[in-house]
Every structure is written in structure tokens, then in C-alpha cells.
Design a binder for this molecule. Structure first.
Ligand code: ZN
Length: 318
């Protein structure tokens, strides 16, 4: 059973919202675009691996995107699968070309035929995740639970090479499609060895209760201030910013078409990048409206909640 499903990571959503609202001259723009590309690749790799791990849903309690605080540190695990007798951690990696694990130097390199790049060694990362999760379990009076980990290579066309101990890597690293069988084999081995059964669902619920949401201050990282976020409703088709309010819709002069709900995305951008509340005046500025009444009508119809005391609107929260 999957008790926690993956959603699009906040830093990715923020980058997607911010980039079209920055001046083309903004200094960090190209770095942000590069970051967005990498985050998309990572996220789509996670989704690809989720597809294969779905095969475990009948026998395991699965949590996607686990984010816990342990010993003053945050630990982020792509997927945990609580099986009959142990917990399995799965980290998705999305690389194109050929990747090489060097077991002596503990390094991972990727080559796309032209450029070679180095990455953090996934097994060290996972060893750390295992250590922190095992600490967390102990703190919740759950000791002696075996934890295993795997690196799931998302893209089936990625070639995996090893320098050094091939058998060691084969125990931990495989393409996503092969991971469920590795987990089931391990479970059978544990059953034969007499490992007691795990309260997999209850443990899953406990983890779920304490899971936070991963976020990163993208604005601070790239030096984006609220003033840098350019206003205007963006055309959902061509991306033109500043489309015009006309007869209860938004008219894009480039597409020659009217969009009725284009302001919803603009309001979502505002809450994500500018502030967690909006006033009528700010709404007029951000949506580039000339009428106060139109702004009020839009705010009312957008599912926002009006806070009388502060005379502002918040995002479906009281
Ligand atoms: Zn357009």
C-alpha cells in the first residue's frame, strides 16, 4: 500500500514560477534555468522509479518522499518500502549515458561521450540515510529493524559500469525495473534466517506522522527579491506576460484568444514568491487591473479566504 505519494517538489515549482517573472537581464537567470532542468530530470527519474516500485504496493507499506528531522539534521529519502521483515530505502538517480562506480575511491562519474562529470557517491549518501533513519527508529522505541538500501537507475538506457568490486555494486545498484525483485529476494532470505515479522503498516504510519515537506529558499539562493518578481497575468499558451483583462476573461494579443482562468496561476505565483497574503491593492498591481471591484470579484471567485481583521486574503487557510 502506498501511504504517502510524491508531489512536485516545492523548489522546482518555485523555480518554474519565478523564471518567467524575472527580467531577461536578471544575473542569476541562466543558473536558475540550469537548476530547473536538473530538478526536472531528478523528479522525472523519481516518477519513473515509482512506476516500477508500484509492484511492491501489495506486499509493502510504501512512503514516497520521506523527510524527517533526526538529531538536528534533516534526512530526505526518495522512497521507503516497509516490507514483511525489514525496511528498504530506494534512491532514484537519473543519468544519461554511462555511469561508473569506483568502489575503491568511492566516486561516481558519468560520461555522455564527450564530457565527464563527478557526482556525490550514492552509496555514502544512502549509508547516511540508513544511519539517520535507524536513529529515528531507535528514538521511537523501534530497535533492531534491518534496513537495506538501493540505488535505482531511472533511465533503462543508462549503462552501469563498475571499477573495483562488481559484486558489491550489484547488491545495491540496478535499473528501476530490477529493484522490486531484489527487495523480495532479500525478504525471502530474511524469512529463511528467522527474522521476526515487522509491524510494517504501523511503522509506516509513525513515519508519515512526522514527515515534513522539503523546501529550499530558492529566492535567497539566487538573490531574488520580491521586487524582482514582475507582475502580470501570463498567457497559458504562449507565455506572454501582462495579458489584458477584457470582459471577464484575459485576452492574449499574440494568440488572439481569451482565457478565463489565467489569473489563478498568477495568484498562485504571488503566494509562492511574493507573500502569503494579498490585499486588494496588491491584487490590482500584480494582475494589472484598473478596477478595484474587478480585483475584489476575482479574489472572491478564486477560492481565497478573506481575513476581516487584516483586510487581506489568504490561500484557502483560516
Ligand atoms: Zn498567448
Amino acid at each position: 500500500m502506498i501511504i504517502k505519494t510524491r508531489t512536485k517538489p516545492l523548489p522546482l515549482t518555485k523555480l518554474e514560477s519565478a523564471i518567467p517573472r524575472l527580467s531577461p537581464q536578471f544575473p542569476a537567470l541562466s543558473a536558475m534555468k540550469e537548476d530547473l532542468k536538473k530538478r526536472w530530470k531528478g523528479y522525472s527519474g523519481e516518477l519513473q522509479v515509482d512506476y516500477h516500485l508500484g509492484n511492491l504496493a501489495t506486499s509493502c507499506t510504501i512512503l514516497q518522499d520521506v523527510y524527517l528531522r533526526v538529531n538536528g539534521k534533516n534526512v530526505q529519502i526518495d522512497t521507503t518500502a516497509n516490507a514483511g521483515r525489514s525496511i528498504h530505502l530506494i534512491d532514484a538517480k537519473n543519468y544519461s549515458g554511462t555511469i561508473t562506480f569506483d568502489t575503491d575511491l568511492k566516486q561516481l562519474t558519468r560520461s555522455d561521450g564527450k564530457i565527464e562529470a563527478g557526482f556525490e557517491y550514492p552509496l555514502t549518501q544512502l549509508e547516511n540515510q540508513k544511519f539517520l533513519l535507524s536513529n529515528w527508529l531507535q528514538q521511537h522505541n523501534l530497535s533492531n529493524i534491518p534496513i537495506y538500501y538501493y540505488v535505482a537507475i531511472a533511465d533503462p538506457s543508462t549503462i552501469i559500469k563498475v571499477e573495483g568490486d562488481r559484486n558489491k555494486i550489484a547488491k545495491f545498484v540496478a535499473h528501476g525495473a530490477a529493484i522490486p525483485k531484489m527487495i523480495m529476494d532479500k525478504e525471502r532470505e530474511l524469512a529463511r534466517a528467522g527474522q521476526p515479522k515487522l509491524a510494517q503498516y504501523q511503522i509506516g504510519k509513525m513515519i508519515l506522522q512526522e514527515c515534513g515537506t522539503f523546501d529550499k529558499d530558492i529566492m535567497k539562493q539566487y538573490g531574488v527579491t520580491r521586487k524582482d518578481i514582475l507582475p502580470g497575468v501570463i498567457c497559458p499558451d504562449c507565455g506572454l506576460r501582462g495579458i489584458e483583462r477584457k470582459h471577464s476573461g484575459w485576452w492574449c494579443s499574440k494568440c488572439k484568444q481569451k482565457y478565463y482562468n489565467a489569473h489563478l496561476k498568477a495568484l498562485a505565483d504571488y503566494f509562492l514568491l511574493v507573500n502569503d497574503f494579498i490585499t486588494n491593492t496588491e491584487c490590482m498591481r500584480f494582475l494589472q487591473l484598473t478596477s478595484r471591484n474587478t480585483a475584489t470579484r476575482i479574489l472572491k471567485a478564486s477560492g481565497l479566504v478573506y481575513i476581516e481583521k487584516h483586510r487581506h486574503w489568504v490561500w484557502r487557510r483560516l
